[in-house]
Design a protein around this ligand. Structure first.
Ligand code: CP
Length: 327
């Protein structure tokens, strides 16, 4: 079991070894158990972390804020539009100053072509761990909570078919960071991953290449298809979720002809019937109800969305404890 994670940045799970991630899952389970028993967990007493948000959040913000409070520390919520960043202050200066004031910097910046670079710039200059609360490429906090949830439901996830499926939505042009993080992580646990999307919604080629290497190294598989039905057939887990066509069209418009043409990519009871009879429906949330999924599915027997969301706090606490405290 890998134990020396203090000070390690958490920007992408690709920088964390299988042993590191196993430790993270173990500690998440332990913290969840302690939370269930109502035990005090004062592991980060008097530690301060900064939460910088360039975008909205419900789950990420509150799991981090409540999480550090439960560990005895304090979070400063920072709306970046109210920081000197709005007047052009650079990541270097922000990172160095916040490092001197506290014990970790977490940041959400999903601007296409900017977010991940900004996170890495913070990490370059910070003397405390930098935690990615979602950028344009990665959402490791979501992917680790998803993996924890599947391990809880299945015990052993090896050889389980998990399908990451594009779905229609028109609320906003969503980042690719959730499917990218999932397609990279799940094969590392020997899962049979199917990635399904209409033409034009491809993930970056380097992601696919790396996911295939991860699958080869760990006995998983990766199938890519433009056929939704193939993804649902026999699946143990389905994760139908919208993402924007950032790779083929980096423009900011939410609705375009390509999106409109793919309105039929919706998770329905009929499609769920193609999957394994015990299939689990997952979604990182927020969901575009009615467009991405039928209410009878997201609110139905197969849905585990609230267990999945709950695990965001247990995994977030584990990341904070290991990187800010720990050994
Ligand atoms: N899944 C997720 O990151 O949710 P929020 O955008 O509400 O943080």
């Amino acid at each position: 079991m890998k134990t020396e994670l203090r000070g390690k940045h958490f920007i992408t799970l690709e920088d964390w070894s299988r042993e590191d991630i196993d430790t993270l899952l173990n500690v998440s389970m332990e913290l969840k158990r302690q939370f269930a028993m109502g035990l005090d967990t004062p592991y980060l007493t008097n530690k301060t972390m900064f939460l910088m948000f360039f975008e909205e959040s419900t789950r990420t913000r509150n799991s981090m804020e409540a999480g550090i409070a439960q560990l005895g520390g304090h979070a400063n919520y920072l709306d970046t539009s109210q920081m000197q960043i709005a007047h052009g202050e650079v990541a270097k200066d922000t990172a160095i100053i916040l490092s001197r004031f506290g014990h970790a910097i977490a940041c959400r910046n999903c601007f296409w072509g900017i977010g991940n670079k900004y996170l890495n710039d913070l990490a370059k200059w910070a003397s405390v761990p930098v935690i990615n609360m979602q950028d344009d490429l990665f959402h490791p906090l979501q992917a680790i909570a998803d993996l924890m949830t599947m391990k809880e439901k299945s015990g052993i996830v090896r050889r389980k078919k998990v399908s990451i499926i594009w779905a229609y939505a028109d609320t906003h042009k969503k980042p690719i960071s959730v499917p990218v993080s999932q397609v990279l992580l799940f094969p590392r646990y020997g899962m049979d991953v199917t990635l399904a999307h209409p033409k034009g919604y491809e993930l970056p080629q380097w992601v696919i290449d790396k996911a295939r290497i991860n699958a080869e190294n760990r006995g998983g598989t990766l199938t890519i298809t433009n056929d939704e039905k193939e993804a649902y057939e026999g699946a143990d887990y389905v994760i139908p979720k919208n993402w924007g066509n950032w790779v083929t069209n980096p423009g900011k418009d939410v609705v375009d002809d390509l999106l409109t043409a793919n309105k039929s990519w919706k998770c329905t009871e009929e499609k769920m019937a193609l999957a394994h009879r015990n299939v689990k429906y997952m979604h990182a949330l927020p969901a575009d109800r009615k467009n991405e999924v039928e209410d009878s599915v997201i609110d139905g027997f197969h849905s585990i969305i609230y267990d999945e969301a709950e695990n965001r706090i247990h995994t977030s606490k584990a990341i904070m404890q290991l990187t800010m405290g720990g050994k």
